[in-house]
Design a binder for this molecule. Structure first.
Ligand SMILES: [Zn+2]
Length: 299
């Protein structure tokens, strides 16, 4: 999920993955592979791959492959963008990135767009949005704050996460940018993990939890207010090798799987809103096993 070594291992990881994919690529997958000229994953820790494959196991293998390649290549293609990884407390940017990429996917699924081209573009754009929502749970303190529900479960476009607004599902306050004068934002820097990751936002007599993410120095723009800022390494739980936070890693991964399944439902809804049954049919062609697809009326 993170990528300090991403550019170095990129080419190797890419050829490794192609080497063990087992199946000759379809036209769609090949087009995506070409666009994914740099490819990255933490060696031995294929988290985005596992999350995507588990959540969307009902899709055709070539679609899962295309979505996985697009997802993982986000680390290289958007290496310097904190929005694409929900780093640096850039929650509004991350949310806008998800909404924008999904809007691009919907546009590419216009029934008037040639089937293969449109599908390849849609898969790539959708996979970018999946990368970001998966990183959200690994890079923020959602799990440490006790967040055990999804950040968003609507079927409308991914919502804006505005600075110092409350996230609808949990009431966590989005800590981004300088704090408003009337609020106090604190955390206990000396406490052991996970307690040091608990951020509190107080305003008069009300107290709420504050949502932050880790800072990454090579990405421009740091929106974490200094008193509560934590580095990426202090907060991320994107590897099982971080032995002090295995439980949090698994919790983040499980939420990422659920959010990814939910994003499939959102994409279906947005495509239906835009293109009606022709759009729905186009996405249905990605599915291998409808019986294990999520029931999007309840998911
Ligand atoms: Zn990332």
């Amino acid at each position: 999920m993170h990528r300090h070594t991403a550019l170095v291992v990129g080419v190797m990881g890419f050829s490794l993955m192609l080497g063990c994919a087992g199946e000759p690529g379809t036209g769609t997958a090949e087009a995506l592979e070409e666009s994914a000229d740099a490819f990255s994953t933490t060696p031995g820790e294929p988290n985005h791959e596992e999350i995507t494959g588990t959540a969307l196991s009902f899709l055709k293998p070539e679609v899962i492959k295309a979505l996985t390649i697009g997802n993982v290549s986000t680390d290289a293609e958007f290496h310097f963008s904190n929005a694409a990884h929900f780093d640096d407390c850039n929650f509004s940017g991350g949310a806008a990135f998800v909404a924008k990429k999904q809007a691009e996917a919907v546009k590419a699924l216009d029934p008037r767009v040639a089937l293969l081209n449109g599908d390849a573009l849609a898969m790539l754009a959708f996979s970018r949005s999946l990368h970001a929502v998966q990183d959200f749970y690994a890079h923020s303190n959602w799990v440490e704050l006790g967040g055990d529900v999804l950040v968003d479960q609507s079927l409308t476009p991914f919502p804006a996460l505005r600075p110092y607004s409350a996230v609808r599902s949990t009431g966590f306050i989005v800590v981004q940018g300088p704090k408003p004068r009337e609020k106090a934002v604190t955390r206990d820097d000396d406490a052991p993990y996970p307690d040091y990751a608990i951020v509190t936002v107080r305003e008069r007599r009300t107290t709420a939890y504050g949502l932050v993410s880790g800072t990454v120095d090579y990405e421009s723009g740091d929106f974490c207010p200094p008193p509560v800022a934590m580095t990426h390494d202090e907060l991320s739980k994107d590897k099982t090798s971080l032995t002090d936070r295995v439980e949090q890693h698994l919790a983040a991964k499980s939420l990422a799987v659920r959010q990814t399944r939910h994003e499939w439902c959102r994409l279906n809804q947005l495509v239906h809103d835009a293109w009606g049954d022709a759009g729905t049919a186009r996405l249905a062609a990605w599915v291998a096993d409808p019986s294990s697809a999520p029931d999007c009326t309840t998911e």
